[in-house]
Design a protein around this ligand. Structure first.
Ligand code: ZN
Length: 189
C-alpha cells in the first residue's frame, strides 16, 4: 500500500514537471504568435533544467529551416558544447516535421514530448515516423498529448486570423477592382 502511494505521488510529480516544461514551450509559441509567425515553441531540458528555448522565426529570418526545434537544438548543443543531446529532452508544442525529426535523430536526443499531432506534416507518427525508424541509427522515446488543447488552440487562432485577414484583403482588392471598372466604364462612355 505504502509503495503504491509513493509510486502514485512520484507519477503525479513527473506529470507536473512535464506540464511545467510544456507550459514553457507554449510561452515560446506565444512569442511566435505575437510576431506573426506560425506559433510553435520548444524548450530543451537537461538534468531537470531548461538549457535552451526556441520559437518559430521562419518569416523574420526568411529561413525555412528556422523552426522552433532547430533553434532549440543549436542553443542546447552550444550550451553543452557537444554535438549530441543523448541525455536531454525536447518539449515542443506540435509534432515535429521531417526536417526537425531528422535533426533530433542526428542530435541523438533521448526524449521527445510534443503536445498536438500534426496530420499534415508531422513526422513522428502522423505522416511518417522518423523519430522511430528501424533503418535509422537512433530511436527517440516519444510521448504526445501534454497540453494538446492549449497548444492546438493557439495554432487554430493563428490560422483563423490569417484566413480572416486574407478575406479582408480580397474584399479590399475586389472593391478596388470594382472602382477601377466603374472608372473605366465612365471614361469609355
Ligand atoms: Zn520542423
Amino acid at each position: 500500500m505504502q509503495v503504491r502511494l509513493l509510486l502514485g505521488a512520484f507519477l503525479i510529480a513527473v506529470r507536473k514537471r512535464h506540464i511545467q516544461y510544456m507550459q514553457e514551450a507554449l510561452k515560446e509559441a506565444q512569442k511566435a504568435f505575437d510576431e506573426d509567425e506560425v506559433p510553435v515553441g520548444a524548450v530543451i531540458v537537461y538534468k531537470d533544467r531548461i538549457i535552451s528555448r526556441g520559437h518559430n522565426q521562419v518569416e523574420r529570418l526568411k529561413d525555412p529551416t528556422a523552426h522552433a526545434e532547430m533553434i532549440a537544438i543549436t542553443g542546447a548543443t552550444n550550451y553543452l558544447n557537444t554535438k549530441w543531446l543523448n541525455a536531454a529532452s525536447l518539449y515542443v508544442t506540435i509534432e515535429p516535421c521531417s526536417m526537425c525529426a531528422g535533426a533530433l535523430v542526428l542530435a541523438r536526443i533521448k526524449n521527445l514530448y510534443f503536445a498536438a499531432k500534426d496530420p499534415k506534416t508531422g513526422a513522428c507518427g502522423s505522416i511518417t515516423n522518423i523519430a522511430n525508424h528501424k533503418k535509422l541509427n537512433h530511436r527517440i522515446k516519444v510521448k504526445s498529448g501534454i497540453l494538446k488543447e492549449e497548444c492546438s488552440f493557439l495554432l487554430r487562432e493563428f490560422f483563423s486570423r490569417i484566413r480572416s485577414s486574407r478575406r479582408a484583403g480580397s474584399r479590399v482588392l475586389s472593391d478596388s477592382l470594382a472602382g477601377k471598372k466603374k472608372r473605366f466604364n465612365k471614361s469609355t462612355k
